[in-house]
Design a protein around this ligand. Sequence first.
Ligand code: HEC
Length: 273
Amino acid sequence: MRQIFCVFIAIFLLISGSCIAKQKKNRDIGSNNIYRITLYDSFGKVSSKLWTIANIEALGARRMSSSYFDRALKYSDTEFDAVSLLKIIDQFQLKNDEDAILLNCFDDYQGLLSLSDIHKYDLHLVTKIKVRLGSSKPDWLNPLLVLVPDGKNPPFLERFLTANIKELKFVRLKDYYMPLKKVADVSIESRQGFEVYKNNCLFCHGLKGKGGNKGVRLLDVYSFSKDEDQKKFLSDFKNFHDKDNADKQDVKQFVTDVQIKTVIEFLLAFKKK
Ligand code: HEC
């Protein structure tokens, strides 16, 4: 009898032990509303801090709306609780010429904002989002979310709509874009294409280890060298990324026909390398 009792105790300890392990895992970034903000010190070392929604809101959350967001998502009257990104930046001492924040997201999206854009447009970080009753909400539309407040008018770009953020990292723009810029430096069109790509596509279609992986690697799917291949790229882009996109990824609204052709020149430069 005593032996059976001991076995029971052992099983109980095993189960409760694994429960504790699970709870610990839940404190990882993102789950339980925990986010990571990373800073590199002057020696290049990393110092990471975990933040909760409550920590972020304590910096001064405000109820607000955004016609920029509503226009891009085709919503109306969306309500947000948001904190100015400037208040978050103020919490850190930047000693290493950091001039941008990299935004890593749960869905393999990778956003990037320059500190100068954050200042110029008073960009905010959303902690709560309430879409109007009856509106459908895509999976990826969760805090933390970058928000353009009403009254500010940055150019209309995918860049200012990063959602589902789990991690913020201070970086240097020059370091981040350098490998891509080098490849683009072959013609005016290719350099223009690089600008369009980095403001609208790189976040999901990564290149050279930069950007996200939410979409396919375009260089693997298209050769770009033949006319018919370029045409297929253009029509696939228009068919997938238009206003009827089921996942609200209407990227077409941000780029003109001329701009998308310069993107081909930019991607072609990679093929020729
Ligand atoms: C929010 C993320 C996101 C952004 C931003 C984005 N894409 Fe996509 N794209 C996708 C996803 C997801 C698909 C679906 C197919 C896949 O898995 O890649 C896709 C599909 C495509 C396809 C068709 C590929 C195929 O295999 O069917 C093309 C072409 C394309 N994107 C080009 C672009 C270009 C050019 C831009 C910038 C102007 C862009 N995308 C911006 C996520 C994105």
